[in-house]
Write a protein that binds this ligand. Structure first.
Ligand code: ADP
Ligand code: MG
Length: 610
């Protein structure tokens, strides 16, 4: 007897469900996509017990007639494509005709739907993939789909579900992504009977983002103005310099309104944020891409989370351009926020200035001032606290503005320079300044790193960083593959100050190294260079390689944290910093400047309701 069998439809659906329906959040993704494809203006998502007990998605979309309501739960039944040409130019979210039968095969499923002009609609019930009832439906027009007791009939899958809280967290993340991708539709999320989000339809993307992530984060975003490059439109909002996360959770990217992940986009983001991001940190992005559907293939992942671009390099370029442009035109200083949750304050103990700077200046302020003002002093405090702090330096500090030379060309260069008044230096590291908006702190070490870094980068762009001939050339042995890589990169390496010459098979004679390099083991450093080269591929990367190398070594050249700088040096540093393309963070992504607004100070001193 032959061994091969065609799977029954219900078994095939369960198998497909394994791919499409990994967890409750995936059911929500499919159902919400269907609602949006149906032209819904309002989508309501209800869940109970992390979606394991109930998922219900209600929409006011086009609804279905009876025949379609019965067909839609068959495998490969879709209204969205008919021919293979359609598949190449997909404009809808769905097209595989797999979601509903897959979901219906692993839960207690109910679908109720009515077209707007129809007197009555259709209600269908399915249990574990078997049709159990078909009735008339008298509810609102649009569609309601319920999935109860997910995986009740596939215990192996049910076992893989995490805690209800974790499943809910995934659901909320999924909901956020849809809601951000479609501000033109209203969205409601109801968790165990309580409204978690109610988002009215809006044409203002930032308003929608604010509704989802709150005022604090959205006020720190900068706009990426819509721009077109090689047929790819890019726009949205991104975190400014110094704002980052330790996971990709808030790195949201969308392609033609669909939340997606793509290595090409991630690469473009990394290139674009480049030195404004700390190592191992991820940016905050709400970034939208739009392009012809023919330019990519969405049909590579059963859950349609990934795409394959026909020209990944253009995508990468378009993203990285848009990001770096937005960042360099950003005029916002990183803000020293009071953490809204006590958890943040705990994460930022005063003995770790870097962390503390990143999240809140408050612990530092406390630790640095054991002095408690007496009530008399407090009573004499003038209206505006910050503006009245007197200079602690012997000579009155000239304002930075006054330093600007009158010649027009100089003035032009210094236009970016805000009018800061230097008040003094705290703990030989933080330069305290008054700005028209409040108080600004500069980390002099980070600022110096940025200045040195950009100086070297300019030198490299112009023709190469200064290099030093070695008294005795070094012999570098490599594998055949690395030898090939080095040979192809001799020119960019020379710009970085590395003079290498092939010397027999798989050997290179190193005759000069960059002067900025201070190491006892240059061969080990060269190995690192090769490693970096391996991770880069395109033409633009040669420059990037140099930048990374400079960024990692530039630290040693910068002023140490507690080198005391005199006033003229501080002034010069501040001016140099504002001559930089990216003054707001060091080449490793740590902020160079943070600002506390008068508003914030007033709140802290209880002059204003928080
Ligand atoms: P796909 O979305 O890939 O077409 P689905 O299994 O998700 O496949 O849905 C099958 C079909 O059912 C859709 O093509 C659509 O015609 C119909 N449908 C599903 N959900 C809705 C909805 N909320 N409103 C109207 N029609 C829907
Ligand atoms: Mg679908």
């Amino acid at each position: 007897m032959s061994k091969i069998r065609i799977l029954t439809d219900s078994l095939a659906s369960q198998v497909a469900a394994g791919e499409v329906v990994e967890r409750p959040a995936a059911v929500i993704r499919e159902l919400v996509e269907n609602s949006l494809d149906a032209g819904a203006r309002h989508v309501t998502v209800e869940v109970q017990r992390g979606g394991t007990a109930l998922i219900r998605v209600t929409d006011d979309g086009c609804g279905m007639e009876r025949e379609d309501a019965l067909l839609c739960i068959e495998r490969h039944a879709t209204s969205k494509i008919r021919t293979k040409e359609d598949l190449a130019a997909i404009q809808t979210f769905g097209f595989r005709g797999e979601a509903l039968p897959s979901i219906a095969s692993v839960c207690r499923f109910r679908l109720a739907t009515r077209e707007s002009h129809a007197l009555s609609g259709t209600e269908v019930e399915i249990n574990g993939g078997k049709l159990s009832a078909v009735k008339d439906y008298g509810g609102n027009h649009g569609t309601v789909i319920e999935a109860r007791s997910l995986f009740y009939n596939v215990p192996a899958r049910r076992k893989f579900l995490r805690t209800e809280a974790t499943e809910y967290a995934h659901i909320e993340q999924q909901f956020r992504m849809h809601a951000i991708a479609h501000p033109e539709a209203a969205f409601t999320l109801i968790r165990d009977g309580a409204v978690a989000f109610h988002l009215p339809a809006t044409s203002d993307l930032l308003a929608r983002i604010r509704g989802l992530v709150g005022e604090e984060l959205s006020s720190r975003l900068i706009e990426v103005k819509r721009q077109s490059h090689l047929g790819i439109d890019v726009w949205g909002f991104i975190g400014g310099p110094g704002l980052s996360r330790s996971s990709r959770q808030q790195q949201l990217t969308f392609l033609n309104g669909r939340p997606i992940e793509s290595p090409a986009i991630n690469y473009g983001l990394r290139e674009g944020f480049h030195t404004t991001l700390m190592k191992g940190q991820y940016p905050v992005t709400f970034l939208f891409l739009e392009m012809e559907p023919q330019a990519f293939d969405i049909n590579v992942h059963p859950a349609k989370k990934e795409v394959r671009f026909h020209d990944g390099f253009s995508v990468r370029d378009a993203v990285s351009r848009a990001i770096s442009q937005a960042l360099s035109s950003a005029s916002k200083l990183p803000v020293g926020h009071t953490p809204s949750s006590p958890r943040l304050a705990v994460q930022a103990p005063p003995q770790q200035p870097v962390l503390a700077l990143h999240s809140s200046p408050e612990p530092i302020a406390r630790a640095a001032s054991p002095y408690v003002p007496t009530p008399v002093l407090a009573a004499r405090m003038p209206e505006r606290v910050a503006a009245q702090i007197s200079p602690v330096l012997p000579a009155p500090a000239p304002s930075a503005e006054a330093q600007v030379a009158p010649e027009p060309e100089v003035q032009e260069a210094k236009l970016k320079m805000p009018s800061f008044r230097i008040i003094g230096v705290v703990h030989k590291l933080y330069v305290l300044m008054e700005s028209p908006e409040g108080l600004v702190l500069m980390d002099q070490h980070a600022a110096h790193e940025r200045v040195n870094f950009e100086k070297m980068r300019r030198a490299m762009e112009k023709g190469g960083v200064p290099s030093q001939r070695l008294l005795m050339p070094l012999m570098l042995q490599t594998s055949p593959r690395d030898a090939d890589l080095l040979k192809r990169n001799l020119e960019p390496l020379a710009r970085l100050g590395i003079e290498a010459e092939p010397f027999g098979p798989n050997t290179f004679k190193i005759e000069a190294l960059p002067t900025f390099l201070k190491t006892d083991d240059p061969l080990a450093w060269l190995d690192q260079v090769i490693e970096e080269l391996q991770s880069l591929s395109s033409k633009t990367s040669a420059l990037r390689l140099g930048e990374d190398m400079i960024a990692t070594t530039v630290c040693r050249h910068s002023v140490k944290a507690n080198d005391a700088l005199a006033m003229p040096e501080l002034m010069a540093l501040l001016e140099d910093l504002f001559d930089c393309e990216m003054p707001y963070c060091c080449p490793h992504g740590r902020p160079t400047l943070i600002q506390m607004s008068l508003n914030e100070l007033e709140k802290k001193f209880g002059r204003q309701a928080p």
